[in-house]
Design a protein around this ligand. Structure first.
Ligand code: HEC
Ligand code: HEC
Ligand code: HEC
Ligand code: HEC
Length: 490
């Protein structure tokens, strides 16, 4: 007992020295939390944590605030309280996603405060899997799985939400998702990430790595495997062939293709049964990006240290670094912020241009398959199957970068590689398909109309329509030369 007390006393010495340093303005690297009392186990209510850590609580609450407009070119979610429709931004996606919830309503993200609200309010087709959808939204998910077992995954979404205590039904990522109540260390709270890390053989996690892993609870792609009746049976991260720092798009595609239980929807234009890829920020950033190799974590750019009065805290108002004037970058990049912002936009413009190219190449191939499927006698041929294989490779690469939330910034050269391959696979697919059809003694039109407005307008029960001013066209204007506007059907 005695030696333990001594141990704690010794521990307190550096803490109090650093608090003194803080007050005198000579700040150490890591903010020291101002601790007032103890947080009980299983305390879900952030306002209770806020009684102990008021500064982080106030900062966390600000994820509710609208974002300033005019700062970010590509990530405008909730700027001036506007919701941005991804299908209007990238209209080709509407044809590609037709037949799936994402083809009905698909919005740019906004602050953490809204994650449950947005899920409850989105078109019902998006939450069709049911309780599984709560996995990266509600802090109650682990408790719900403990209480209800696997039945939770396939339970009707509305019923699963009712299992959350009423007061907390619209509560999104909270203190308890990221922190231990005992010592405030950051720690994950979901089995999905624990399983995922096991899959890639990652056992030891440094504190700096934890500042990335904490976000990888949710900012990752996942699969909702189904049984024979298409009922969801769980949530998994498709990282089987990956390693820490090397989970590639190729790894992810090979796992999605490895089992029929990973088929999540049927693409209506082609009739193909496909999987899906969501927001792979973690996989994309950690695959050898310049900043990952330089030792950075997600929190370094999205939760920079900020000063509130005499205290220094980690900014809990997570947002696009462009929207808070790149304050996280200044420590390492002393150049003028306008210059740095130009560098970011230059990377994003190049990615956006390639994304457009890949998007139109894949949507063109999508419509050509539709036309080919209407002809008799090609679908079983070897050439057709090869064309379909290439199409699927192009499709997953396109939606990987389309769903990644930084428009290439997190890993610019990897974005170029993936989209370059997507474009190559899409063109090869088209060539193979044309060959298949020609061989059967028929032909496809040289230019195929994309008919995009048909897929963009009158979507779902909200009757959502294309919003022309939200479209993000190729910033270099090259796309028009390849697929003229008149062929898009917009
Ligand atoms: C519990 C799941 C979860 C965790 C953990 C999580 N996020 Fe998020 N994050 C989301 C969801 C969901 C959204 C979109 C919310 C919406 O649109 O309603 C989001 C949105 C964001 C946004 C956009 C905010 C805005 O104002 O537009 C950023 C930036 C972000 N997250 C970064 C991070 C970082 C960095 C971490 C780790 C420190 C992290 N997130 C941890 C689920 C999570
Ligand atoms: C080197 C700094 C840096 C690192 C490290 C970083 N990001 Fe980002 N992130 C950015 C920038 C810059 C953008 C683009 C913002 C924009 O276009 O407005 C961005 C965009 C995002 C967005 C979309 C924001 C929005 O408003 O819609 C999310 C979500 C996000 N990052 C999450 C993460 C996660 C999770 C990690 C770690 C796996 C991470 N980021 C690592 C700088 C960084
Ligand atoms: C999305 C994950 C996430 C959520 C949600 C979150 N935090 Fe944090 N918090 C972090 C990270 C990351 C750090 C930096 C920790 C580090 O580097 O060791 C941090 C640091 C802290 C610290 C240490 C001092 C500081 O500011 O760096 C306190 C105290 C804290 N958070 C309180 C809270 C409270 C209270 C809430 C809920 C109102 C909360 N956090 C919600 C991720 C989160
Ligand atoms: C902890 C230090 C650190 C922080 C914080 C940081 N960077 Fe960097 N950044 C680096 C390093 C190191 C390199 C690589 C430099 C080199 O190799 O020349 C780099 C490279 C870059 C590059 C050029 C490389 C590329 O990816 O094309 C850009 C642009 C950039 N950073 C932007 C940002 C932005 C924007 C932020 C904030 C959101 C940021 N950085 C935050 C350290 C940092």
């Amino acid at each position: 007992m005695r030696s333990k007390t001594l141990f704690y006393l010794l521990l307190m010495i550096p803490v109090s020295i650093s608090s003194v340093m803080l007050i005198h303005g000579c700040s150490p690297d890591k903010p020291e939390p101002v601790r007032i009392s103890i947080i009980p186990d299983n305390e879900y209510d952030p306002s209770k944590w806020g009684e102990v850590y008021p500064l982080e609580y106030e900062s966390w609450l600000k994820t509710r605030d609208p974002r300033p407009a005019g700062k970010s070119k590509y990530k405008k979610g909730w700027d001036n309280k506007t919701i941005y429709d991804k299908l209007s931004e990238y209209p080709y996606l509407a044809a590609i996603f037709n037949g799936f919830g994402f083809g009905i309503e698909y919005n740019e993200p906004r602050g953490h405060y809204y994650m449950m609200t947005d899920q409850v309010e989105v078109d019902k087709s998006r939450v069709k899997p049911g309780g599984a959808c709560l996995t990266c939204k509600s802090p109650f998910i682990s408790k719900l799985i403990n209480d209800n077992g696997n039945a939770l995954y396939s339970m009707q979404y509305a019923d699963s939400v009712k299992l959350i205590p009423e007061k907390f039904r619209s509560l999104g990522a909270s203190c308890i998702d990221c922190h231990s109540n005992k010592n405030m260390e950051i720690r994950t709270s979901r089995w999905t990430i624990s399983e995922g890390l096991k899959t890639i053989g990652k056992e030891e996690i440094s504190r700096q790595e934890a500042r990335t892993v904490i976000c990888a609870q949710c900012h990752v792609t996942y699969i909702i495997p189904r049984d024979d009746k298409m009922q969801p049976t769980g949530v998994i991260f498709p990282w089987k062939k990956g390693k820490w720092g090397d989970i590639s798009i190729e790894n992810i595609i090979s796992q999605i293709k490895s089992s029929p239980s990973y088929v999540e929807w049927t693409q209506s234009v082609t009739g193909f049964k496909l999987g899906f890829i969501r927001h792979p920020e973690f996989e994309f950033f950690t695959r050898d990006s310049v900043h990952f190799k330089a030792g950075l974590s997600c929190a370094d750019c999205h939760m920079p240290y900020i000063r509130t009065g005499v205290f220094k805290i980690s900014d809990h108002n997570l947002m696009s670094p462009l929207k808070n004037d790149l304050k996280a970058c200044a420590n390492c990049h002393p150049q003028a912020r306008d210059r740095l912002k130009e560098d970011v936009i230059a990377i994003q413009d190049r990615t956006a241009s390639l994304l457009n190219r890949a998007g139109y190449a894949v949507s063109t191939a999508t419509k050509l398959f539709e036309a080919a499927n209407n002809l008799k006698g090609t679908a079983d041929t070897e050439l057709y199957k090869k064309a379909k294989d290439h199409y699927i490779e192009a499709f997953y690469r396109l939606i990987f970068i389309g769903a990644e939330n930084s428009m290439g910034f997190h890993n610019p050269s990897e974005a170029g590689r993936i989209l370059g391959d997507s474009i190559a696979f899409a063109y090869k697919s088209e060539a193979l398909l044309r060959q298949a059809v020609t061989k059967a003694g028929m032909s496809l039109p040289p230019d195929i109309g994309l008919d995009l407005l048909k897929y963009l307008n009158n979507r779902g029960t909200k009757k959502l329509n294309f919003i022309p001013r939200q479209e993000l066209p190729d910033p270099f204007g090259i796309q028009e030369l390849l697929v003229p506007r008149s062929a898009t059907g917009i």
